[in-house]
Write a protein that binds this ligand. Structure first.
Ligand code: HEC
Length: 99
C-alpha cells in the first residue's frame, strides 16, 4: 500500500518534467500523425491507401475540401476531414509535402 502511494507523486513529477519537451514539438506534426497510420509516416503509403507523393499539394487540398462538402464520395475520409478546420487540413498537407 505504501509503495503505491509514493508512486503517484513520482509519476506526476515525471509527467511535469516531460511536458516542456512535448510543447516544443511542431503542433502540426502531432496532428498529422493521425493520418500516418493509413497514409504512411511520410505520406508515401503502399497498398490500398492513396499516397500523398503522387499528387500536388493543391490537388490534395482540393480533394480534402471535396470530401468535406460531400461532392466526392469516400469510405472514411468524408468523416475524418469533418474533424478539422480547412487551415488545419492545409497545414497537414503542407507538413507532408515538406518532408
Ligand atoms: C482510416 C484510414 C485513414 C486515415 C486515418 C486517414 N485517411 Fe486519408 N484516405 C483514406 C482512404 C481509404 C482514402 C481514399 C478515399 C476513401 O475511401 O475515403 C483516403 C484519401 C485521402 C486523400 C486523397 C488522396 C488521393 O490521392 O486521392 C487525402 C488528401 C487524404 N486522404 C488525406 C488524409 C489526411 C490529411 C489525414 C489525417 C487527418 C487522413 N487522410 C487520414 C484513409 C485514411
Amino acid at each position: 500500500m505504501r509503495g503505491r502511494l509514493t508512486a503517484v507523486p513520482l509519476f506526476l513529477g515525471l509527467a511535469l518534467l516531460a511536458a516542456p519537451a512535448a510543447q516544443a514539438m511542431d503542433p502540426m506534426a502531432v496532428m498529422a500523425d493521425a493520418c500516418a497510420g493509413c497514409h504512411g509516416t511520410d505520406g508515401a503509403s503502399l497498398g490500398a491507401m492513396p499516397p500523398f507523393n503522387t499528387k500536388s499539394a493543391d490537388e490534395l487540398k482540393k480533394l480534402l475540401r471535396e470530401y468535406k462538402s460531400g461532392v466526392r464520395e469516400a469510405t472514411v475520409m468524408d468523416r475524418i476531414v469533418k474533424g478539422y478546420t480547412d487551415p488545419q487540413l492545409d497545414g497537414m498537407i503542407d507538413y507532408y509535402k515538406k518532408k
